[in-house]
Design a binder for this molecule. Structure first.
Ligand code: AMP
Length: 561
């Protein structure tokens, strides 16, 4: 894999444009694919996730092949959605900034066809198209692909998922035999293999990153609530993360609109993106999201394809998708460009199985998080507000008003003033959360589970991927302890966001290995950890009075029988 743009074999014009975009070194897919495309002739199937830089991987070499003196269409890029279409053409425009006379035309459904016909008539060295619209234009003889030398199928799995098989067949049948074909796909289901077999010549398969793997930088969490509390949980997630910048994925267009409307009504900067919107509406929504006038974009999978936003704080699965591959696509929208990403799912009690299936495919584990409660949310919001006040620039403009301000606030103490200012901003939250209930629900305990596995690195319950099986929503009785063990009770729990892994670390810190730790039961305010009898007293003495996460611990032993 080539590590430096200068070594890739690209021309100066393109290198300059890339440098201006701030690309310092090729991404792995670029370092692998670009030299192949420039030096060799064969077809390539490239398995790469979204957000890996694949547009430049195929786009930069495609630009190098172009004969700009020849007005015919030489490169055809097919992709599943209009957003992606527009994104790819924009990227190609950027890369070809110094290629004089180049014409790149994008054609996609949902926009006026006559405008696109006019654009094509003026000439297009490169056409970027969605399959349905291109086929339409080919039938009208407004587009001509008979001279293409390079065909690129981007997000091929998604094009097939969206039912473009017939259109692809019809288009590919019209493309000239003598061409190079490149296929990019996040996954390689049978349908994509069929396309590669039928329309490509002995393609080399290049896998960049792990096939089907979730992005390395993404952490996966889930919140488990009653079905009826899904929306309330979404609001809590948003409130707990005052700087949220997220895509919220929903199942259907109707649900997408409903959730976006509800969020707006509840005062959030949110809007919907789905296929029922006109192109102008979609553009408006995307423009607002990109400039962060919207903090949450509620979208269907299809509509969110091709959205190029790098700094998402969260991907939120309001519902888990039917197909696991879609989960990979969704979570791949965060954790881009070496940033940490967070993908969360809101699930009901019956959906634990889905989480397990996803874990086995993406080879990563989910952690269950408690839905934040009223106090935690109010603390976070207040801290955010105070941070904002602390970091605000005090402009000179305010000085001339100070005498008036001092007069209006005459006689009010500093403490009183702080309370008033914060309450002015914050009473809305206090009102909403005053009666907020605990949205968390307990997991069903399975018989014979719950014992700490000795060979489990993370110290989570054997077979339980998230390590949270032991959580209970309410404080209560931990039940009978295993033989040879004794319950040690600690004054922290679910509320303090502890998970079994933390408890194993705490025990380790006081010299108690995993083998001496048994079952763990976590309640809201307390937790119980079963310890081998011979270490229990020692653990208690070590833990009593110690601090953990700025909390002074009290430990006691619960003798049973
Ligand atoms: P893509 O997978 O093509 O959608 O690219 C994902 C994002 O990465 C886009 O915002 C690109 O502009 C950006 N990108 C692509 N290549 C590079 C690179 N070599 N260095 C930094 N950013 C890049």
């Amino acid at each position: 894999m080539v590590q430096d743009f200068l070594e890739l074999g690209l021309s100066t014009q393109i290198l300059n444009a890339v440098a201006e975009l701030g690309f310092e070194k090729p991404t792995p897919v670029q370092g692998t694919v670009i030299p192949k495309l420039l030096a060799e002739d064969g077809d390539i199937v490239c398995l790469a996730q979204t957000g890996t830089g694949k547009t430049a991987a195929f786009g930069l070499p495609a630009l190098e092949y172009l004969d700009l003196k020849n007005p015919q269409t030489q490169v055809l890029v097919l992709c599943p959605t209009r957003e992606l279409c527009r994104q790819i053409s924009q990227d190609l425009e950027n890369y070809s900034k110094y290629l004089e006379g180049i014409r790149i035309v994008s054609v996609y459904g949902g926009a006026n066809i006559s405008g696109q016909m006019k654009d094509l008539k003026r000439g297009a060295h490169i056409i970027v198209a969605t399959p349905g619209r291109l086929l339409d234009l080919l039938k009208r003889e407004a587009a001509d692909i008979s001279a293409i030398t390079t065909l690129i199928l981007d997000e091929a799995d998604e094009m097939l998922n969206m039912g473009f098989k017939d259109e692809l067949d019809a288009i590919l049948a019209q493309a000239p035999e003598q061409r190079r074909s490149l296929l990019f796909s996040a996954t390689l289901p049978k349908e994509v293999e069929d396309i590669a077999r039928s329309y490509m010549k002995n393609p080399e398969v290049v896998t960049v990153g792990q096939r089907n793997a979730g992005s390395e930088n993404v952490e996966h969490y889930y919140y488990m609530v009653k079905e009826d509390d899904r929306y309330a949980a979404l609001k809590r997630i948003a409130d707990y993360n005052p700087d949220i910048y997220a895509i919220v994925f929903c199942k259907t267009r109707e649900q997408t609109q409903k959730i976006a409307d509800a969020l707006q009504k509840d005062g959030y900067d949110a809007d919907a993106l789905h296929g029922d919107l006109s192109q102008a509406q979609r553009d408006h929504v995307m423009e607002r999201f990109k400039r962060r006038a919207l903090h949450m974009l509620v979208a269907t999978d299809v509509a969110a394809r091709g959205i190029d936003v790098n700094d998402l704080t969260h991907v939120i699965n309001y519902n888990l998708p039917q197909e696991i591959e879609l989960y990979t696509h969704r979570s791949g929208r965060t954790g881009r460009a070496d940033k940490k990403g967070v993908s969360v799912a809101i699930i009901n009690q019956r959906e634990r199985g889905k989480i397990r299936k996803i874990e086995s495919v993406i080879k990563k584990q989910f952690t269950r998080l408690p839905v934040p409660g009223a106090r935690e949310i109010c603390e976070r919001q207040l801290a955010h507000l105070i941070d904002g006040i602390n970091s605000v620039e005090v402009r000179e403009d305010i000085y001339s008003f100070m005498p008036m301000i001092n007069e209006l606030w005459d006689g009010i103490s500093r403490e009183e003033l702080v309370k008033k200012i914060l309450s002015y901003e914050f009473n809305r939250f206090f009102d909403y959360y005053r009666k907020a209930k605990d949205l968390n629900i307990a997991e069903k305990e399975k018989k014979g589970r719950g014992r700490m596995s000795d060979d489990n690195e993370s110290g989570v319950t054997s077979g339980d991927n998230a390590g949270t099986k032991e959580r209970k929503a309410n404080d209560g009785d931990p039940g009978v302890c295993e033989k040879g063990y004794i319950w040690l009770r600690l004054n922290m729990g679910y509320r303090n966001r502890v998970i079994p892994r933390d408890i194993i670390s705490i025990m380790k810190a006081c010299g108690i290995g995993k083998k001496a730790v048994g079952k763990i039961e976590i309640f809201n305010e307390f937790l119980y950890v079963a310890l081998k009898k011979d270490v229990a007293e020692y653990a208690k003495s070590q833990l009593n009075g110690a601090t953990y996460d700025r909390r002074r611990l009290t430990a006691s032993l619960l003798r049973q029988g």
